[in-house]
Design a protein around this ligand. Structure first.
Ligand SMILES: [Cu+2]
Length: 143
């Protein structure tokens, strides 16, 4: 059984995360959330997950105190129509990178519990089997 690893990242955009000894580095880069109009019931979260560890990462769940619920979605364009698939899994083989970006996979962040303005940050955790990956997401103007 692999030990539980908690990775902490102080600021979005930093490349390094601190992990417990004996595990490789799992790093979150470019973790951001497009700003939404005040009162919006849902926001989206994006990040790049770099798996420098020896084991595959498979993240099936995410959590964060600033949201009522979080799902992992994938946007699909079919016949010019955009729709979202739920219950997606973020996967990264050892040495590989998973990207969540506009138009593809994203964290769907329901019911913000406080107003999140550009420049604010919010802490989210990806739950990847025995590994929890925590990252600070920065609220930014939409790209
Ligand atoms: Cu979605």
């Amino acid at each position: 059984m692999k030990a539980k690893v908690v990775c902490l990242l102080a600021f979005a955009g930093l490349a390094l995360a601190a992990c417990s000894a004996g595990e490789g580095i799992v790093a979150v880069e470019d973790a951001w959330i497009p700003a939404a109009p005040p009162g919006a019931g849902v926001m989206a979260g994006y990040l790049t997950l770099r798996n420098g560890s020896a084991g595959a990462l498979r993240c099936e769940r995410a959590s964060g105190a600033d949201f009522g619920a979080i799902e992992i979605h994938r946007t699909l364009i079919e016949d010019g129509q955009s729709r979202m698939l739920r219950d997606q899994v973020i996967e990264a083989a050892p040495g590989a990178t998973a990207s969540l970006a506009p138009g593809g996979m994203h964290l769907m962040l329901f019911r913000p519990q406080r107003e999140l303005k550009p420049g604010d940050t919010t802490a989210l955790t990806l739950h990847c089997g025995e590994t929890n990956v925590a990252a600070s997401f920065r609220i930014q103007e939409p790209r």
